[in-house]
Design a protein around this ligand. Structure first.
Ligand SMILES: NC(=O)c1ccc[n+]([C@@H]2O[C@H](COP(=O)([O-])OP(=O)(O)OC[C@H]3O[C@@H](n4cnc5c(N)ncnc54)[C@H](OP(=O)(O)O)[C@@H]3O)[C@@H](O)[C@H]2O)c1
Length: 166
């Protein structure tokens, strides 16, 4: 399976329940990359979307421990094992872990490819992502052209797993 994340230079990914920056170019990249695929997220990330609605044109899988939580248009899983069982029915390359911090950490060991939007700067995040540059399990496979939205510069990077998770 894959993951897709936007992280700043300190691997920060979120602040006050939302994203670090509004980057239309990154939103477009996210939509194009995940369209028609299965996306896996935590309950807090679902609630950070406009009106708490799932993403269109994608199968949305949401993790929560809350057995009463049944929002429309999503498949709910109550623990990681249940989610992995369900995900085994999909093609691994069609699965994208889309956050947030808790869910990335729990599913990172199963991911083979990471689509990382590298945002230049330090946004003083309160939620972060493991530093893949410091991990011997991952290598940077490619980096796109640096681009800019509203004075914030970023580039699309792809990391690949080179060693199984411990
Ligand atoms: N930069 C990016 O690319 C990106 C992407 C996504 C999100 N974000 C940001 O990340 C932040 C949210 O991340 P977060 O770590 O606070 O929350 P999260 O990972 O989105 O959601 C955490 C919730 O998921 C549920 N959960 C987690 N592990 C579970 C498990 N094993 N079994 C069942 N349920 C489980 C729990 O829900 P219950 O409490 O309901 O049990 C938990 O409170 C926000 O700021 C968001 O904007 C950034």
């Amino acid at each position: 399976m894959n993951l897709i994340v936007a992280a700043d230079e300190c691997w920060g990914i979120g602040k006050n329940g939302g994203l670090l920056a509004h980057l239309p170019g990154d939103m477009k990249y996210f939509r194009t990359t995940t369209k028609g695929k299965t996306v896996v997220m935590g309950r807090r990330t679902l609630e950070s979307f406009p009106e708490g609605k799932p993403l269109k044109n994608r199968t949305n899988i949401v993790l929560t421990k809350n057995r009463e939580y049944r929002p429309e248009g999503v498949i709910i899983c109550h623990d990681r094992e249940e989610a992995l069982g369900l995900l085994s029915r999909y093609e691994p390359e069609d699965i994208f872990i889309i956050g947030g911090g808790m869910i990335y950490r729990e599913f990172l060991p199963y991911c083979k490819k990471a689509y990382v939007t590298h945002i230049y700067g330090d946004f003083r995040a309160d939620t972060d992502f493991p530093n893949l540059d410091a991990s011997e399990e991952w290598k940077l496979a490619s980096a796109g052209e640096r681009q800019e939205d509203g004075g914030i510069s970023y580039e699309f990077r792809i990391y690949e797993r080179i060693k199984e998770a411990e």
